[in-house]
Design a binder for this molecule. Sequence first.
Ligand SMILES: C[S@@+](CC[C@H](N)C(=O)[O-])C[C@H]1O[C@@H](n2cnc3c(N)ncnc32)[C@H](O)[C@@H]1O
Length: 290
Amino acid sequence: MYSFARYLAAKQTVDDRALNGRVWERLREALPPGPLDVLEIGAGTGTMIDRLARRGLLAAGGRYTAIDADASNIAEAERRLAGLSLPVALELEAADVYDFARHERGRRAWDLLVAHAFLDLVDAPRLLPDLFALLRPGGLFYFTINFDGLTALEPPVDPEFDEQVIALYHRTMDERAFGGQPAGDSRSGRHLLWQLPAAGAVILAAGASDWVVFGNGGRYPADEAYFLRHILHFFESSLSGHPELDPGRFDRWLAARRAQIDAGELIYVAHQLDVCGTIGWEQQGVYSSQ
Ligand SMILES: C[S@@+](CC[C@H](N)C(=O)[O-])C[C@H]1O[C@@H](n2cnc3c(N)ncnc32)[C@H](O)[C@@H]1O
């Protein structure tokens, strides 16, 4: 019933509205003309590739490397993108970002590093220095849709319980671990604003990229009703059986929220930040003088 690939596809129109225009324009100004070598990490099914091509960012003759830890996402990206005529050569790889960064360091370098709806799922302070070592001198990064600690579901169904569910949901993001390492940050957006400079980056622009989803006349645009159902599925799968939640009340809460989606009445807002920038010479491991 639930498909992550469909969720990523349904998320596209929500992301299109959310992406911060000023951060996007600053990135465009800073990019050199001509073909680029782009690396995208946590690329999912590759929807950012279509978006960047559609928005004219990928000049002919460039190369786009996209990696994702989940091989089924990469397989779906291959299937989907085979039908598009893209101006760049594509390299899609199923790989964990930490392994990839370690393996490629000193071997290859890119002009632009993209991470979309991804850096809130990793241990950013540990990962950023390894990522920046993959950029060429003057290389840029574009890190978008970084969750930043605020979720709103309207109208209320059980006000005190609404707050409790949302607070616990955020906590599950902070407690998530993979292989014993932190794998999430519910305030990634604001934390990146100091974690990036601490890793040697210069931020050129930052701004909000909130998801705002609402219906009109009982209907949501595109496949956004499914997007909302999948968001509720994330709530259900991370909080079912949570010792601090009354199970019957949680079931009723989920049923009421699902009924709101069916009626086109659920409003969902998630606060996120976009950021773009560049890095100092000393962080560019491949070309560092010593
Ligand atoms: C929220 S999805 C975003 C996907 C895509 N950027 C988009 O917005 O459509 C996060 C993606 O990160 C991938 N991922 C999570 N941890 C990863 C890791 N350590 N290395 C590489 N990819 C990872 C997941 O498989 C998933 O596809």
